[in-house]
Ligand binder design. Structure first.
Ligand code: 5GP
Length: 178
């Protein structure tokens, strides 16, 4: 069993880098097939999805563009505290087919926020692809079209996902040892 330590916590390997790369290849094949002859804009959600996005995008053979957005916290003027704002839009996405790329979908709040922003920008079609999905934590109705791996409701790191900023460079996905 492969173990790793990040800061004060121990993790064990859950999905190997080889398995991840194989699965991403399959997902890319599905997307290439489903969107054959169409133009697509991939939208990677930073920070976590940068590796998944890069690996998937290399295997896409469609006429495709890529853009990244980030959900950033800022202190709003409202006393209710911090509000998350989507920053980084630099593509004209009106009328385009968008494939949102997430590292992990947990409760689905982030996804809902992003889909909301895309909807008001009048895109033609929205699809969602995520490397990891926690079905037991998911509280939304938004369909997730491409799922790499369904995982238990535990904290994971690696392949872009962090613990307090660290662990994103791990080539496998690791789960917290309790
Ligand atoms: P959601 O909005 O779906 O609840 O969560 C989305 C965000 O929470 C993800 O994009 C990710 O940043 C973070 N997140 C959720 N579960 C995990 C996890 O197991 N590990 C890490 N590192 N981040 C997670």
């Amino acid at each position: 069993m492969k173990e790793t330590v990040i800061l004060d916590k121990k993790f064990m390997e859950m999905i190997s880098g080889d398995e991840i790369n194989k699965r991403i290849e399959e997902m890319a094949k599905e997307i290439n097939r489903d969107f054959k002859g169409k133009e697509v804009v991939f939208l990677g959600i930073l920070n976590g999805a940068f590796l998944f996005t890069a690996e998937l995008f290399k295997k896409i053979d469609l006429k495709a563009r890529i853009s990244f957005v980030k959900l950033a916290s800022y202190e709003g003027t409202r006393s209710s505290g911090s509000v998350k704002e989507l920053i980084g839009w630099n593509e004209d996405i009106k009328g385009k087919v968008i494939i949102v790329l997430e590292d992990i979908v947990d409760t689905g709040h982030t996804l809902e926020r992003i889909i909301g922003e895309l909807t008001i920008r009048n895109v033609a079609e929205i699809k969602v692809a995520t490397l990891l999905f926690k079905p037991k934590a998911y509280t939304k109705k938004i369909p997730i079209d491409y799922i790499g791996f369904e995982i238990p409701n535990d904290f994971v790191v690696g392949f872009g996902l962090d613990y307090d900023g660290y662990g994103r460079n791990l080539p496998s996905v690791y789960t917290l040892i309790k």
